[in-house]
Write a protein that binds this ligand. Structure first.
Ligand SMILES: NC(=O)c1ccc[n+]([C@@H]2O[C@H](COP(=O)([O-])OP(=O)(O)OC[C@H]3O[C@@H](n4cnc5c(N)ncnc54)[C@H](OP(=O)(O)O)[C@@H]3O)[C@@H](O)[C@H]2O)c1
Length: 189
């Protein structure tokens, strides 16, 4: 069982525009042609921050067109927020806040030995990293720059903590990079 941060990013390190748009992403490739189907098949539990959850709520039609369902996850999802958010009918969503370590333990308990997906955003993935709980980063780097936006991973991580394990080109629009994250924190600064 691995804890994985799997996300798409612009070449300059943003996962969404400042106003949470992902329009730039949808022109870059087809979900079905990416590693997503094989990735999600091995995921047993998900965690996301409130902006990511609210994006799903606002873009239910687009998500349904892309995946066949407005809430495409059959696995349990932990949503981090200090606010009270609307649930989605039929979705197995648990609203949580605070320390990621307790949530990680709860996720691991329900994932049936499968992987844990930290969907985003970048700071939430960073909180799992800070707690020594992040094992892998899988990043699809799109052939676009945004100039500014929501950061991929607002942490300073120095070599050799991230070890590049695979590189996979997906046409002219994207490349997928996989990094193993060492658990030791000796190179954090
Ligand atoms: N490119 C991609 O593949 C990809 C992947 C994932 C997400 N996205 C997009 O990227 C954007 C990410 O937005 P974001 O950077 O703002 O990150 P986010 O993690 O989605 O949302 C951040 C918010 O989550 C809540 N939160 C985070 N950690 C918490 C904790 N420990 N306890 C309680 N609440 C916590 C806080 O909000 P409140 O307390 O105010 O609720 C915080 O402001 C979204 O637009 C999303 O759709 C893109």
């Amino acid at each position: 069982m691995k804890t994985q941060y799997y996300t798409a990013t612009s070449l300059d390190g943003f996962i969404a525009t400042e106003d949470d748009s992902l329009e730039w992403l949808f022109t870059l490739g087809e979900l079905g042609e990416s590693s997503y189907p094989e990735f999600i098949a091995e995921v047993g539990a998900l965690a996301m921050g409130s902006s990511t959850y609210e994006w799903m709520l606002r873009n239910a039609d687009k998500v349904a067109a892309e995946t066949g369902s407005a809430w495409p996850y059959t696995q349990p999802v932990w949503v981090f927020s200090t606010r009270s958010l609307s649930p989605i009918e039929g979705a197995d969503v648990r609203f949580v806040q605070g320390d990621v370590r307790e949530v990680h333990a709860a996720m691991a308990g329900e994932a049936g030995g499968k992987n844990l997906w930290i969907v985003g955003g970048g700071d939430l993935a960073g909180q799992f990293y800070d707690a020594g709980l992040l094992d892998e980063m899988i990043v699809q780097v799109g052939s676009v720059t945004l100039g500014q936006g929501k950061p991929l991973f607002p942490r300073r991580v120095l070599s050799p903590t991230l070890k590049l394990t695979t590189v996979r080109q997906m046409g002219a629009g994207m490349v997928e990079l996989r990094y193993e994250v060492s658990r030791g924190d000796e190179s954090k600064a």
